[in-house]
Design a protein around this ligand. Structure first.
Ligand code: FES
Length: 201
């Protein structure tokens, strides 16, 4: 019923290209469907911010799927047990480990160590809170260029060097002032995620 939305990001320039986009006609959420013979919201509806439904059943542990919502890249990351375990080890190095800052609205379900509804899945907007670049995946722990030797896995913004952990929490003393945003979202089922809405219609 729902196609998976996929996209590829050009990390350095914030430009990114949707390869396929689709969303299921979820009851009560099927905005602007009556006049189009497709399950997907119309381009106009999508541009206006229609929720996007995503099939997450194909994401393996350690993988990331990027979808478009309101013209922004939204990351869906299925974290491994090791990546989850690492989240509790770096609080002292993070600028806002408990997501208490109020620069933008943070859904209540993201104010926890994982910053997510289900610990396994992180859903975040892949735009750096400094000047808007899209951070690069640096999931592999350990020493590597531009990162500390004890790197625990996360993201590196190539523009000015801000680093984020696997929950999108920014490290201290970096140009980016805040953690990555978490968009409103909800699980329609175990395999279907709705981005852009977080309550039953
Ligand atoms: S835009 Fe990410 S560090 Fe400047």
């Amino acid at each position: 019923m729902s196609d998976t939305t996929e996209a590829a990001i050009d990390n350095g320039r914030r430009t990114w290209i949707a390869i396929t986009c689709g969303a299921g006609a979820v009851g009560g959420v099927a905005v602007a469907v009556p006049f189009v013979s497709t399950f997907a919201p119309s381009e106009r509806a999508r541009a206006a911010g229609a929720p996007v439904q995503v099939d997450i059943s194909g994401i393996k542990p350690g993988e990331k799927l990027t979808v478009e919502w309101r013209g922004k890249p939204v990351w869906i990351i299925r974290r491994t047990k090791e990546q989850l375990a690492a989240l509790s080890t770096r609080d002292a190095e993070l600028a806002d480990p408990k997501s208490e800052r109020k620069a933008y609205p943070i859904p209540a379900y993201a104010k926890n160590e994982w910053r997510s509804i289900k610990p396994e899945y992180f859903v975040g907007i892949g735009i750096c809170t400094h000047l808007g670049c899209s951070p690069s995946d640096k999931f592999t722990p350990g020493a590597q260029p531009s990162l500390p030797d004890d790197w625990a896995g996360g993201f590196l913004c190539p523009c000015h060097g801000s680093t984020f952990d696997m929950a999108g929490r920014v490290y201290k003393n970096k140009p980016a002032p805040d953690n990555l945003e978490v968009p409103p979202h909800m699980y329609v089922s175990d395999t279907q995620l709705l981005i852009g809405e977080d309550k039953k219609a």
